[in-house]
Every structure is written in C-alpha cells, then in structure tokens.
Design a protein around this ligand. Structure first.
Ligand code: PSZ
Length: 476
C-alpha cells in the first residue's frame, strides 16, 4: 500500500522548528570527549579511524542538533557531509519506518531489478517523479553517489557506440573483443571532467575526480581529459567583466579539448557539478553551463549534471541546475545524499535496450525510497525550499557583515540557499576555525584548500542561523 494511504499528508508528524531553541547547544567536555576518544582507540585496533571526528548518540540527536557520546549537544551545519535532509530523528521519518510496508521492505531487501515489490511503482512516482527535474520522466536507482555516476557514464557510452553503429546491436567482434578489454568491444572513448571536480571514489568515477591527490594516488586511472573550472572573483557584482572572461576561457578550453581528442579518443560524456562542492564550492554562471551544454550537443556528448551534493533542496531549489534556463534538459542528473537513496534521472534515448546492462544485486532500496517519499512530503508541506532560501539570506546577510568587518579573515563569500562557503586566509586558520567552532558547539566543514562550507539540513531556521553567526563572530 502506498504510504500516502497510511499517513495522510496533513497528518504527518511535524517537528516544531522553534523547538530547537528550547534545547540549545551545550558543550560540557572538549570535542571529541573522553568517551569518543576511548571508542576511537578501540575501533582503531580494527580499522583506520583517522577521519573519525567523534562518536554519536543518534538516539539523542534531534532536529539540527547532533549529540555525541559524551553528551555534547552540537548545532550541526554539516549534516553527515550534507546528507541529512530534514534533521535528526524527524518524527515523520520515525513514523514512516514503522509502517508495515517499511518494516517489510527492511527485513526482505529485494533484488529490485528482478523482483520489485508491488508498491514500487507508486513509491517511484511519489518519491522520484514528483520532484523530477524539468524535462525528466525516467529514473534509475543505485546504491550510492559514485555508483550513480558510473552507471550514468555507462549509459552515455552505450548510446555513443549505438549511434556510431547507426542504431544496430553490438556484433560478434564487439562481443569477443570486449572479453579481452580490447576495441572495438571495449572502445576508446573518454569522459571529461573539471579540475577540482568530485564525482566519487570507485574506479571509474575516481578517474573523473580531480580534488586531492590522496584520493587518486596508486590507483590505475582512465586516460581522460580534465579542464579548468572557472574560479570566479568576488564580489560578483564588482567583477562582471573579469568573470565573463574567465568563463569564456574555460569554455574555449572545453571546445579545444573536444577537438584534440576527437580522432584518438572521442569524448562521449562530460560531467559537471552545479557548484563544485568538495573542490571548494566553486560556482559558475548559468551562461557557462548553457555554453557547456551547447558544446556537448555539437559533439554528441552526454551532458551529465552531478547533483549528488547540490540536489534535494539545500540551494533553495530541488535541483540547482534548474536555475540555468537550459534550452533543453540535460541528459543525466545524478543524485544521492539528501535523497536518502542514490540514482540518476536520464533521458529515454540513453536507456539501453537490453536488461542487465545497468544492474546489480540490490540496485536500490525500497526502505530508503519510503524515507525519500516521506521527506518529499515534509519538504512540500513545510515549504522547506522556501526556508532554505530564507535561512540562506539570513546567513548571507550576517556573513556579508562579518566579511566587511573582518576582511583579513573572510573572503570570497558565496552561496545559493544555505549552500554557502567562504575562504579563510590559510588552511591552518581554516582548521583552527572549524575546531574552535566545534568546541563552542557548532559543527561546520571545510572544502577545497581554505574554504569553510555550510551544509545544514533543510529545517535550519532563523534561530539556528543566529546561533551559527554569533558563534562564528566569537571565534573569528
Ligand atoms: O571524501 C569523500 O569520499 C566524500 S566527501 C563528500 C563526498 C564524498 N561527496 C560525494 C559525491 C559528491 O559530492 C558528488 C558531487 N558526486 C559524487 C559523490 C559520490 O557520492 P558517494 O560518496 O555517495 O559515493
């Protein structure tokens, strides 16, 4: 039975947005506290724990507040690397997982590609298609972001070869040569990405990822091209001509690269983030992305928008690319994180004719799909995209103010909705600020070389913005 039949829309349990004010942040020990440190030591005997910040009491965490095992209640503006859409323990989600269909889905995880449950079509409709980017009516689930990227890439290559063969099926020589990883079955085709782009860590995606060497070193990679992403000057309104020039130069490089690779290894796919996230929150104008799409079209290259981090509402739009006014929709939009489940929207022309070409054991997860369905209902009911815009404005106002009063500390303030970042003078000061904020009960993240990024949930409201801004002011 579809969830909408179990939980009528208006009866979804809500979280009072103001409730957070009643339970303020509270840090009683240093973070990580003694319990966290002990646990980290113990886990360290089993696996590498260098990245572990602190251990969490997820039962006690609530709304925008994450509670660690030492009892510190911390305002979370990082949300598990931007992946908690409507706060911790949202009552609507707790209720959703207790529904009969969610319980059944969690104890009987299906191989979705082969044995989908009866309510799957309704769920896909309610969850994915009700929020599909304009111009998309097809969607494929996957387990995680990098898996979504890799499978979108595969579909792009399938189509490119299919077009080359004039629409006919692979022939005998394709089938035999691919078994030896040789052409023509394993064709010499490329996918282009951008400097500072991040698209995942599995073997295929890793060749597209261009953030840090430590992500890539020692791993064989595809020989694929990478071009500069525009690094704009701020404030934007004072640097219009320079920024136009920067974007124009990047587009010219893209065009040039297509020509350079055309005869040896044609570029069949181009992947780009609407805002380069891991790489430092680098923005570009709609004009830049329109230009990219135009070049892709001219070269029969798939245009893949990676919305793994931007998608699901933090920019104040469900999909960041929808503000670009593209003349036609992109070919793929990949997602994960705030969507609970990963996957990609795609144009029908990229769907392989044969089954089993985009496939794995689980493909997706109906349980996560039911969480998405409820999350979408809450986002709509509580107008959370509007809230992300409003909170984004409050944060930008406050940060602009801080930037003006402390220009030696804060620079290049940029953002869309609550997807906000600014630079600090050095990596060392950035690390110090993140730690000082944490000790004062506010969790934020870093990205790029020296940037601080905000990735709060969609229920981050005025009160939380004020707590964040006043704590930041103190730390600066
Ligand atoms: O260090 C890491 O592995 C991180 S830190 C943030 C991410 C990964 N983001 C994941 C991500 C992304 O931001 C974009 C734009 N595309 C693809 C991915 C990969 O998603 P996952 O991590 O689900 O494989």
């Amino acid at each position: 039975m579809a969830l909408r039949n179990i939980v009528p829309k208006l009866m979804l349990p809500s979280i009072r947005l103001s409730s957070a004010a009643a339970i303020p942040k509270l840090v009683t020990s240093s973070v990580p506290g003694p319990k966290s440190q002990q646990m980290k030591e113990k886990l360290g005997t089993i696996q590498n724990t260098e990245a572990v910040n602190f251990f969490v009491d997820y039962e006690k965490s609530q709304g925008n507040y994450i509670v660690d095992v030492d009892g510190n209640r911390i305002l979370d503006a990082f949300t598990q690397i931007s992946s908690i859409p409507i706060g911790y323990n949202h009552p609507a989600l707790i209720e959703a997982v207790q529904s009969k269909s969610a319980v059944t889905a969690s104890v009987n995880r299906p191989a979705l590609g082969m044995f989908p449950p009866a309510d799957f079509i309704d769920s896909v409709d309610d969850a994915f298609l009700s929020i599909a980017p304009k111009g998309f009516s097809h969607v494929q689930q996957m387990a995680c972001g990098t898996c979504a990227v890799e499978n979108a890439l595969k579909c792009a290559f399938f189509k490119y070869r299919n077009d080359e063969r004039g629409g006919s099926e692979p022939v005998e020589v394709d089938m035999t040569s691919c078994m030896n990883n040789e052409a023509p079955g394993s064709p010499s085709l490329a996918a282009m990405s951008f400097k500072s782009g991040f698209h995942g860590r599995t073997l295929g995606s890793l060749s597209l990822t261009r953030t840090k060497p430590i992500h890539k070193v020692d791993v064989p990679a595809f020989d694929w091209p990478c071009v500069d992403f525009p690094i704009l000057k701020y404030p934007l309104e004072e640097n219009v001509a320079d920024n136009e020039k920067i974007e124009k130069e990047c587009l010219a490089k893209v065009e040039e690269t297509f020509h350079k690779w055309k005869s040896s290894k044609p570029i069949a796919a181009l992947i780009v983030e609407p805002i380069q996230a891991e790489g430092g929150d680098n923005h570009a104008s709609p004009h830049f992305f329109q230009g990219l799409q135009k070049i892709c079209k001219e070269h029969n290259c798939a245009f893949i928008i990676d919305e793994v981090q931007t998608g699901g509402g933090p920019t104040g739009q469900m999909w960041a690319h929808e503000t670009w006014n593209l003349p036609t929709p992109p070919d793929f939009v990949t997602f994960s994180k705030k969507m609970h489940i990963a996957g990609f929207y795609y144009q029908k022309s990229f769907e392989p004719k044969q089954g089993y070409r985009v496939f794995n054991t689980w493909v997706g997860d109906p349980l996560r799909l039911s969480l998405l369905k409820t999350t979408v209902q809450v986002i709509k009911r509580d107008s959370l995209l509007d809230l992300a815009k409003k909170s984004g404005n409050i944060l930008m106002d406050g940060l602009n103010h801080l930037q003006a009063s402390k220009p030696n500390m804060i620079s290049r303030l940029r953002g869309m909705g609550t997807f906000i970042a600014f630079d600090l003078p050095s990596e060392e000061l950035r690390g110090k600020l993140i730690n000082d904020m944490l000790q004062k009960g506010v969790l934020i993240g870093g990205c790029g070389k020296t940037a601080i990024r905000l990735r709060p949930s969609l229920i981050f409201d005025k009160n939380e913005c004020e707590i964040f801004l006043s704590t930041l002011e103190k730390c600066l």
